[in-house]
Design a protein around this ligand. Structure first.
Ligand code: URP
Ligand code: ZN
Length: 419
């Protein structure tokens, strides 16, 4: 399994995520994921290279499995454009994420986004977007707080699905005008997924990633009377309270309207979520998923009959390896490929619980869900780390996996079109 989207040890919103690179990668292996790709998130004005070195230091000392890095572009300047070149040609980074949300903190405006997409095109690296309309969210959040809505349900109400649809549409148009491909991270709404699907049918080079959370649970939990429970489900874009959403996202994933899956694992304990006790805008955003992604997708996708085991391998591993240009080193079992192997029992079951998971966080959004599909053996870099339920990982055993520019899976058609 390759998890395309994690945030271990992320410093954000005045705190740091509960799972670091040790507990996060340990949990990944326990669930059958043998590589994660995390995000370097520089502060506005911070050197991308300095931030990258900081993340490498944190991760290299702790990872139990292999990992790669995406880098977020949270501000724009000539320096940033130059550093993107160094990162892609010398540091093994072939993907850069732009936030269209988190106004004043991480968000870029459209002209900056266009410049960044153009730069990605020149460097043959993949631009990624967090697609939500940050200006509208800012306005709606203030309106809700003024009206006295301070609880976790305000998080959902301040970020309607329309904000995701609008930003997804805008990002696809801007990327297309810049001649760049586009990767939309954490697609949470079925209407945003439809936008991606339609763009692909029009010939645009767009990839849609959805999450274990969006496939395995829903946003009705924002209204739970237990504040901790509701806040435990706060993430962005939000889990949608339309209960048909997880099933529809799975249908789209099964049929290649969406292409791959991550977890966006970004966990906070109860005391950290409580930072937003009186104001939903201060609840740290993020949920678990790195340990449970594979089992949740097997249960909801394969056991339900929506996808076959080959499609499961594609959406949990192989497509990620192709998109991020590490195939066939990763994403394939063959002579010469890395010995990252999961022996999967599709009939065995396990019931997910915060009491038994391997993550450092005290909450699990899939609490009580019984999944068919359990890893029996997990091998990472040739070492057996899970053996019939016995987990024995080694800190710093994992390695950084550089990702080279010009993935043919992404840029092949673009090169031909340009010619
Ligand atoms: O809620 C989320 N997704 N937290 C992590 C930061 C991000 O937006 O990816
Ligand atoms: Zn994320």
């Amino acid at each position: 399994g390759i998890d395309t989207h994690t945030h271990f040890q992320l410093p954000i919103m005045g705190t740091v995520t509960a799972d670091d690179f040790y507990s996060g990668t340990k949990a990944a292996l326990a669930g059958g994921t043998t590589m994660i790709i995390d995000f370097v998130v520089p502060e506005k004005g911070e050197s991308l290279l300095d931030a990258y070195e900081k993340w490498r230091g944190w991760a290299d000392a702790k990872v139990c499995c292999d990992y790669g890095l995406h880098v977020a572009v949270t501000w724009w300047s000539d320096q940033v454009a130059k550093e993107m070149e160094v990162l892609s040609s010398e540091k093994g980074v072939n993907s850069f994420k732009i936030y269209m949300a988190y106004k004043d903190v991480l968000m870029l405006e459209d002209p900056e986004m266009y410049s960044c997409f153009k730069r990605c095109k020149e460097l043959k690296v993949l631009p990624m977007v967090h697609a939500e309309n940050g200006h509208l969210i800012d306005i709606k959040s203030k309106e809700l707080i003024e009206q006295g809505v301070t609880g976790p349900e305000g998080h959902l109400q301040s970020r309607p699905e329309a904000c995701e649809v609008e930003a997804t549409t805008r990002a696809i148009i801007i990327a297309d005008q810049a001649g760049a491909p586009l990767y939309v991270v954490h697609v949470m709404g079925k209407t945003a997924a439809d936008v991606i699907s339609k763009a692909r049918r029009e010939g645009k080079i767009v990839f849609g990633e959805t999450l274990a959370s969006g496939l395995g649970t829903d946003g009705t939990h924002h209204f739970n009377k237990c504040w901790r429970h509701a806040a435990g489900h706060v993430m962005s874009p939000p889990l949608r309270d339309d209960v048909s959403t997880p099933g529809v996202l799975m249908d789209l994933l099964a049929n290649n309207d969406l292409q791959l899956t991550g977890s966006d694992n970004c966990t906070y304990n109860a005391d950290q979520k409580a930072l937003g006790k009186d104001d939903f805008t201060r609840i740290p955003n993020g949920v678990n998923g790195v340990e449970d992604r594979m089992s949740v997708i097997w249960e909801k996708g394969v056991y339900s009959g929506k996808m076959d085991p080959c499609r499961f391998v594609a959406v949990t591993s192989t497509t990620a390896a192709k998109v991020f240009n590490i195939y066939p080193k990763k994403g394939r079992i063959a002579v010469g490929s890395d010995a990252d192997i999961v022996i999967w029992n599709g009939e065995a079951t396990r019931t997910i619980s915060a009491k038994t998971h391997h993550q450092a966080v005290d909450f699990n959004i899939f609490e009580g869900l019984t999944c068919h599909g359990v890893p029996e053996y997990v091998i990472t870099g040739g070492s057996i780390v899970l053996d019939e339920g016995q987990l024995k990982v080694t800190q710093a055993h994992g390695k950084f996996v550089p990702t080279a520019p010009n993935s043919q899976y992404v840029f092949g058609r673009i090169g031909t079109r340009d010619k």
